[in-house]
Design a protein around this ligand. Structure first.
Ligand SMILES: [Zn+2]
Length: 324
């Protein structure tokens, strides 16, 4: 019975990796973290993760038969049909790594599912977080970058080559600031964490922004999105203005998505969780300006619901209890 089954989650990131054990209904049982050694061969990292996984299984007296499957969440690009990690920018040594085949060999007869991290988090938010009960949702990460995941008619939408949901790279501003992807004026270059910091630094001219500068220890170069949010919460006008500008860009980007997909929930990650209404309020305002009122009926913009557990649950959510 699926009720006694467990799911193994493997989260592979640029700074850390984690192995977790969860139930098919989204309860996190245990987890173990490992710093990512960027210079290590992928085979070595996967070996370490397998060892951690085996130790966790022993600790919880679980056999391979009790596993419903292994969910692997990793930054793209990747190929979900073959289970291959292609070449994530944050993992430079990982090139064409057949992670599914490797883990299937390590855990015989256990199903292994690979998915990009933003899609995986979208699935987790949909199954257990802010998207529960809805068939059409869009999720945006809003961290260092802006990744996205789209659930359409109750199913993750991957697109032709696993590249659907790259909502952070829609062009918002012609000839705008350069984006990590090489284009100009992408939403990610205007509304990610680093974009908040950059806009704040650029607003410091003419002696404005003393409170923000003080929060960053006196050095403009050290200002982060976290400082901006902290200062905005204390009522600093410049910081609030930055979040207002970022929220407007974001709302414009979301309006484009709303016009195309007509979702019921738009779920926003990191920045929205920390900034709350300071960001969500300008987002909603821009949305109502740039999207049809009819398209917005029944559509809510909310902060993500899974908080700190999101990354572990993302990997775990990939193994669907119903497919056992
Ligand atoms: Zn871009």
């Amino acid at each position: 019975m699926a009720a006694n089954k467990r799911v193994l989650g493997v989260d592979i990131g640029g700074t850390k990796c984690a192995v977790s054990i969860g139930t098919p209904d989204g309860q996190l049982v245990d987890r173990e973290e490992l710093g990512t050694d960027q210079s290590a061969e992928p085979a070595k990292v996967l070996d370490d993760l397998q060892r951690i996984a085996s130790a966790l299984l022993v600790k919880h007296k679980l056999t391979l038969e009790s596993l419903l499957g292994v969910g692997v969440s990793c930054g793209g690009p990747l190929d979900t049909s073959t289970g291959t990690i292609l070449r994530p920018p944050n993992l430079p040594r990982w090139e064409a790594v057949p992670v599914r085949a490797i883990l299937e060999e390590a855990f015989p007869d256990v199903r292994v599912v690979l998915e990009n991290d933003a899609n995986a988090t979208a699935v987790a938010e949909w199954r257990w977080g802010a998207g529960v009960g809805f068939q059409n949702i869009v999720y945006l990460t809003l961290g260092t970058g802006i990744g996205g995941g789209i659930i359409l008619d109750g199913k993750l939408y991957r697109g032709h080559s696993d590249l659907a949901g790259e909502v952070g790279h829609q062009t918002i501003l012609m000839n705008g600031p350069i984006c990590g992807c090489g284009k100009r004026g992408c939403l990610e270059a205007l509304a990610s964490g680093p974009a908040v910091a950059r806009l704040a630094r650029e607003s410091l001219n003419y002696g404005r922004g003393r409170a923000l500068l003080a929060a960053a220890g006196g050095r403009a170069a050290d200002i982060t999105a976290k400082h901006v949010i902290e200062c905005a919460k204390r009522g600093d006008a410049l910081s609030m203005g930055v979040l207002n500008e970022v929220g407007t860009y974001l709302g414009l980007g979301l309006a484009n998505i709303v016009q195309i997909l007509n979702p019921q929930r738009i779920i926003l990650g990191t920045l929205a969780i920390h900034a709350g209404e300071l960001l969500l309020s300008p987002v909603r305002e821009a949305l109502s300006e740039y999207a049809w009122a009819r398209s917005l009926e029944g559509c809510k913009v909310v902060a993500a619901g899974l908080g700190e557990r999101a990354q572990d649950l993302a990997a775990i959510s990939l193994v669907d209890a119903d497919s056992a």
